[in-house]
Design a protein. Sequence first.
Length: 427
Amino acid sequence: MKKNRILAPARILLPREGVDLSRWAVLACDQFTSQPDYWQRVRDYVGDAPSCLDLILPEVYLNEPDVDRRIDAIHRAMAAAQADILTRAVDGFLFLRRTTASGVREGLVAAVDLEQYSYAPGERPRIRPTERTVTERIPPRLAVRRGAPLECPHILMLADDPGNTLLGPLSAAADRSAPLYDTPLMFGGGRIAGWAVTDPALIEGAIAAVEAFARRPGPDGQPPIALAVGDGNHSLATAKAWWEEVKKGLSPAETAAHPARYCLVEIENIHDPAIRFEPIHRAVFGANADALPEEMTRFFAAQGAALRTGPQAADAGAAAQRFTLLAGGRRLDCALTGSPAPLCVGSIEAFLADWLSSHPGARVDYIHGEDSLAALAAAGAVGLLLPPFEKADLFRGVYLGGVLPKKTFSMGHAEEKRYYLECRAIV
């Protein structure tokens, strides 16, 4: 393998013939984190069938008392799957077509070099996070990866590729052959089909396309971004943290070839019309819905900003940052003017960080989808419904601002996230 290349082919493991992929493929673990009923529905649907559900830890259970037992069971299930279920392998890449309510989007499953990525503040690596990494979120996720023989990817990366140089040739090749698999995805996930990419010319062409992105300077001469993280920021950070542990005891030759140096991801083109960005909303638990607007008003006034609520919000002007408070069946429109944060999500994050420091019994969860937020608000949380996020601003925002506020955007609705299907050995 050539040194310092961002993209690498991998041995991608797939279930043997006869496994029901509609039960095998499971939604990313960081979805529905305040809705255990979703994950119970998944368990009921899967039953005793082989499933990635047994290979992952849905984050709704991350702080449960029995989490260590769950992690041990996951590691055992991975070893069993590696021996008996994951008996098909593709040496190269996978090209994907995913059908959702937003359209048909295309992607490439490949390994990326973690030496080309960093989440440390101030660094400008070729693989770039798009949001601030909360390092406190890494250790519990690291407990899952440490000791795991496999990884199941849910990381989605984005290429700024208006000419479609990365996926275009792979799409044309897929049109000339039958897919390796084609399956519906459970509970509103749509459908996914995958093609093996083993032709050396196609593999080398994809690698060269990403290397070309890494030579293209950003606005105002900023260091290039080859790939940006779209979803799964903390999963990629966890893979990096584990690799930093592993490589301490390796020789240079072992470091160059060790499987833990790489992480399996899916890469998509941000210009794909089927990729739609959705804001990530906030659900506040333990808040007084009647007092919160006044608390927000005082906080923003101290920052030199003005919050208008209710009918007054309509007169705040086009430049105002707008959001909506949900509580029970009530909606309160809000408009913020004069905020020092350039995005509404940044203003909300600043308020919540201050507010949580004086409300130790409260907590915030990050919610994908207005319907999910409304359901939590109806059950007693206070919902903060955030405005749309324009995907055209993503790369420019990362170039010029380093990272976006945490949990700024989501690529589509929760059910449009990546489903675990492929695996790779990491030991």
